[in-house]
Design a protein around this ligand. Structure first.
Ligand code: NAD
Length: 413
């Protein structure tokens, strides 16, 4: 490929776009055929995004064993990473005797920011805007009568000074939506009126992904009799490491998001919004772990997690993607509140399992069996050869593509 300028590319049909990319980049016949074989998902993808040439498929699995607030739930998870779903199944099983996970959730309030620039006297402008809460509420609610009818709408005003800017926060209950479009519309509609009111100039008008008015908390107890007293101490020590060291905390939280983003993706939610919110929340007082662990008076392990939960069951891809709809049906999540509670529970249980593995046998043993299968496939194994080559590599204690290739060519299949 010599030039990334492809005029009119977006106007082509999906098939023609693929043919063009194939010509430009030298895709093999097999690669082109693979991308072309997207089926009905290709048509849907064309509606969801731009310049589409195919579909990137991700495994969709179901985590078993989880109880959230007294109700059993099967959790669909979309992830390409080995061990993530197994970790949720194992962690959920280990806390069933104590009732599973219990949760608390804030009302589903999102924040829209309106930035006002060019003001000389910020405190006076701040006071002026603060006197207008009722009028601002009226104007916001006018934008989305359906949301108001459903019990949502404007809830609160927070007028902040951030550096040289006045920043108006509109706090809006978005009910069963993730809410980005809903609150962005309000912020945009309110902007000209705020300019008149303050004499300043409006800059950006967009939601904040630090959704700290929409937190979910989840808690579970893992009995020492089930996981072992040494493991209880090991997990508390592993958590203390994350609490003391941001390098460890980043990995600790990445593991939590392995579970959270997988459920979000399966249900058509915006994984980036969740990731941004979680990490910004974790960084509020110096970057730290989203979960914490301690010992109950009986010596059992108590774990809890708290994080922003901007997820919905309406809007975005949730309503239009048939896989997302099926995922919500499997989960039995009839509203965004339940979905958010299940997602937070998955994050906690996932984190427990990762820490248990790290604090005991190390992460690689559990990972290796599944990882070895991926390596075997990458080396060209198919059918029954995948498991045979993977097992041989795990038994040998070495999982490498060159070994997989030599096992394959050595007539192992
Ligand atoms: P949306 O606007 O498609 O749906 C929300 C609307 O649906 C509400 O305004 C309401 O009028 C209506 N509605 C019907 N039934 C409802 C119910 N039970 N509860 C609540 N509302 C109901 O979607 P959205 O949730 O406002 O926006 C989500 C999308 O915005 C996602 O796709 C996200 O990726 C995208 N987005 C994200 C960002 C960001 O995170 N920074 C920015 C822009 C857009």
């Amino acid at each position: 490929m010599t030039n990334s300028r492809v005029p009119g590319f977006h106007n082509l049909s999906r098939a023609d776009r693929l043919a063009r990319i194939s010509d430009l980049t030298g895709l093999t016949h097999e690669q082109t055929a693979h991308l072309a074989a997207a089926g009905p998902d290709g048509e849907l993808a064309d509606h969801l995004s731009e310049n589409v040439i195919g579909v990137m498929s991700v495994p969709l699995g179901v985590a078993t064993n989880l109880i959230v607030d007294g109700q059993d739930v099967l959790v669909p998870m979309a992830t390409e990473e080995s061990s993530v779903i197994a970790a949720v199944c194992n962690g959920a099983l280990a806390c069933r005797d104590t009732g599973g996970v219990t949760t608390q959730a804030d009302d589903p309030c999102m924040i829209a920011q309106v930035q006002i620039v060019g003001l000389d006297d910020l405190p006076t402008a701040q006071a002026v805007v603060q006197t207008q809460t009722a009028e601002i509420a009226r104007r916001c609610n006018e934008c989305d009568p359906m949301l108001v009818e459903l019990g949502g709408g404007f809830r609160d005003l927070d007028v902040r000074i951030a550096g040289p800017f006045l920043v108006v926060h509109l706090i809006v209950d978005v009910r069963d939506a993730m809410g980005a479009n809903a609150v962005n519309t309000m912020a945009e509609r309110l902007a000209p009126w705020l300019e008149e009111l303050t004499g300043g100039t409006v800059g950006l008008r967009i939601l904040s992904n630090l959704a700290d008015r929409r937190l979910v908390r989840a808690r579970a107890v893992w009995p020492a009799a089930v996981i072992g007293a040494d493991t209880v101490d090991g997990i508390i020590s592993a958590w203390a490491f994350a609490d003391a060291d941001p390098y460890r905390a980043a990995t600790h939280n990445k593991g939590i998001m392995n579970g959270i983003s997988a459920v979000a993706l399966a249900t058509g939610n915006d994984t980036r919004a969740l990731e941004a919110g979680a990490h910004a929340f974790a960084a509020q007082d110096g970057y730290g772990p989203l979960s914490r662990y301690g010992k109950t008076p009986d010596g059992d392990l108590a774990g809890e997690i708290e994080l922003p939960m901007p997820v919905g069951i309406v809007g975005g891809a949730t309503r239009v993607h048939p896989t997302a709809q099926a995922a919500l049906t499997i989960m039995g999540a009839e509203n965004a509140d339940r979905l958010g509670r299940v997602i937070a529970s998955v994050g906690l249980v996932q984190n427990f399992s990762a820490l248990r593995a790290l604090a005991t046998e190390g992460i690689q043993r559990g990972h290796m069996g599944l990882h070895a299968r991926n390596v075997a496939i990458a080396a060209g194994a198919s059918g029954g050869a995948i498991d045979r080559v993977a097992r041989a590599m795990v038994d040998a204690g070495t999982v490498r593509e060159d070994l997989a290739r030599s096992l394959l060519s050595g007539g192992q299949d």
